[in-house]
Write a protein that binds this ligand. Sequence first.
Ligand code: C5P
Length: 252
Amino acid sequence: MSGSPPQSEDQRGPGRVIFALDVDRRPEALAWVERLSGAVGAFKVGLELFVSEGPGLVQELVARGERVFLDLKFHDIPATVAGACRAAGRLGAFLVNVHALAGPDALARAAEAAREGAREAGRPAPRVIAVTVLTSHSARDLERLGLSGPPGEAVLRLAALARDAGLDGIVASPLEAERLRRLWPGAVIVTPGVRPAGADAGDQVRVATPAGAVTAGADYLVVGRPIRDATNPRAAAQAIGLEVARALSAPG
Ligand code: C5P
């Protein structure tokens, strides 16, 4: 069920970095994959690219030997979430996410269905992780949505739900990673909002450096703009991977 990333592959720094393919066309996506292959551990395909180019692109990346994080945040009735996770498992994504607000039944069926899909396709089972509270939501938004209490409490409550449903981990801001690691020691924790020291935070509010995120307990870092907007994106990705590797090997 849950557990840390496989030692052989993911303990190295670059293997922990996931580049966000936040583009909407196949040629542009493939150009980024060629540019960064080997310098990052995986590529994230989100709603924009998936809706534009479909599952064929995911299969193409997997066939090239790339690892894919399918970031579609499934949120629907249990049967539909299960069907989507089964399909994601068949596609060969190594990481898939669902929205914790889909509820305990959907979460439990998601994990099981993803494993079944992978088995049907003869592929390794993906890790299924949950999104809790979107970081774009303010405390006021949550109140209007009927989620009372501080957002941090909702994050912990929904993370516990995902853990109890048998999921593999959680998407969390670097600033939440430490508390979540205590709540759920075996979770795979994936954090966006990573900014190398001195980089522009853009619209990300709750940010940490790559070393800070890993030290707080993150297993994988999702990075977009700090790599995409760099003068030399491959060098920027490698620098982040190196920073992660150093943080992982630091004593303590
Ligand atoms: O460009 P940047 O490094 O901010 O990209 C981060 C990626 O992580 C984007 O694809 C964004 O949609 C995603 N993400 C995020 N914050 C969250 C969840 C996902 O930035 N809370």
